[in-house]
Design a protein around this ligand. Structure first.
Ligand SMILES: NC(=O)c1ccc[n+]([C@@H]2O[C@H](COP(=O)([O-])OP(=O)(O)OC[C@H]3O[C@@H](n4cnc5c(N)ncnc54)[C@H](O)[C@@H]3O)[C@@H](O)[C@H]2O)c1
Length: 348
């Protein structure tokens, strides 16, 4: 086998998952890690047995002779770190959301095209046996043309800690929509074939988190609920909902429903937790059938292994910068529409 790819990871909370995955792929080795938090850096380095440790990402990119890097910092740093890495000739796996907004995402994608390096976005929920089973149904034509969908991730109470990056608009770009909504949006768009969004309307609210923040004397600058309706160039419509705090029954409520000319597909959690079911709804000869999908097939590669595989095979990764841009355009549209009270159009 040819030389292993030399991998680095920036941001070691979520990034620890990236780091561990690079240690388990036969084609990659974890060479260097970076975090501004010295204690976390030392603890992660000791646990994973990594000698090259940096508090400065630019220094790591310059000194560690890397082939590729994962970026798992707060959202604000995704674009500048990705662009710096691409300009240094590294392939990049950037955490979701791709960036703070679509303009930044476009710049990242341009940098990747210019550098001729892979830029992958970590839409990690797509990389599961169940997601592949859903995609298989779509590819086999079981749902026909998808013209309507609804994709949702609500938490009854799941507001990230006040004072952290997630509740600060300057560091995160938004709240549950940019945090949780991106995963459900990616899953729906991937199954729909990533159609081009042409119009977006949305609303955002913050009453539950705001009351808690006010009571705690904390700063809270993002929404606690966002809802939007997206229209695509192919005529399809998708409803998107995401919240960290909503007065609903379940602790977590996740559902992606896609309805087509021949059938409907749903992926949803059960019991308010992280167990999922996937079903196909069809009409055969006037009779309606519900089929529970079986996804106990071959394990599919994680997003981290897909990133490594794509570099080795010299092909684009499965979750591309172009797809990340479409997600960011929709998020921007929902936030802008919520602020202005008007529909945002991309086709005029
Ligand atoms: N794909 C998923 O399912 C998933 C899950 C969780 C988080 N995420 C994403 O991962 C990213 C990080 O999330 P988190 O929960 O780890 O956030 P976090 O705020 O808990 O941790 C971020 C870490 O990055 C470090 N850091 C910040 N700026 C840095 C810089 N410039 N250079 C080096 N280190 C820096 C911090 O010290 C901290 O340790 C976010 O974009 C989040 O949306 C994705």
């Amino acid at each position: 086998m040819s030389k292993k790819l030399r991998m680095g990871v920036i941001g070691l909370r979520m990034g620890k998952n990236h780091a561990k995955a690079y240690q388990t792929h036969p084609g990659s080795e974890l060479v260097a890690i970076c975090d501004m938090d010295k204690d976390l850096l030392a603890a992660t380095g000791d646990e994973l047995g990594v000698e090259k440790r940096y508090t400065d990402a630019a220094k790591m990119m310059k000194d560690a002779k890397l082939d590729a890097v994962s970026i798992a910092t707060p959202n604000r740093f995704h674009a500048p770190l990705s662009i710096a890495a691409l300009e240094a000739g590294l392939h990049v796996l950037c955490e979701k959301p791709m960036a703070m907004n679509a303009a930044e995402a476009e710049k990242m994608n341009k940098a990747a095209l210019k550098a001729k390096r892979n830029l992958m976005i970590n839409f990690s929920y797509r990389f599961s046996e169940m997601s592949y089973a859903l995609k298989d149904q779509v590819d086999r034509g079981a749902v026909g043309d998808i013209y309507f969908g609804r994709t949702v991730w609500h938490r009854r109470r799941g507001i990230p800690g006040f004072g952290g990056a997630f509740t600060n608009k300057d560091l995160a770009g938004g709240g549950p929509l940019i945090d949780l909504g991106v995963h459900r949006l990616d899953l729906a768009l991937w199954l729909m074939g990533y159609p081009e969004p042409i119009a977006v309307s949305g609303s955002t609210y913050d009453p539950i988190a705001r009351a808690k923040a006010d009571a705690a004397g904390a700063t809270y600058t993002v929404e606690d609920l966002a809802a939007g309706i997206v229209k695509f160039a192919n005529g399809a419509t998708l409803i998107v909902e995401a919240s960290w705090a909503l007065n609903i029954e379940e602790r977590e409520h996740m559902v992606t429903l896609l309805c087509g000319t021949k059938g409907g597909l749903v992926q949803k959690n059960t019991g308010g937790g992280y167990n999922f079911v996937a079903e196909l709804y069809t009409d055969e000869g006037g009779n309606q059938f519900t089929k529970r999908l079986d996804w106990s097939t071959e394990p599919v590669p994680s997003s981290y292994h897909e990133f490594v595989d794509s570099i080795i095979a010299k092909r684009p990764p499965m979750a591309t910068g172009e797809q990340g841009i479409k997600v960011m355009k929709i998020l921007d549209g929902i936030y802008e529409s919520a602020a202005t009270g008007r529909e945002v159009r991309y086709d005029r």
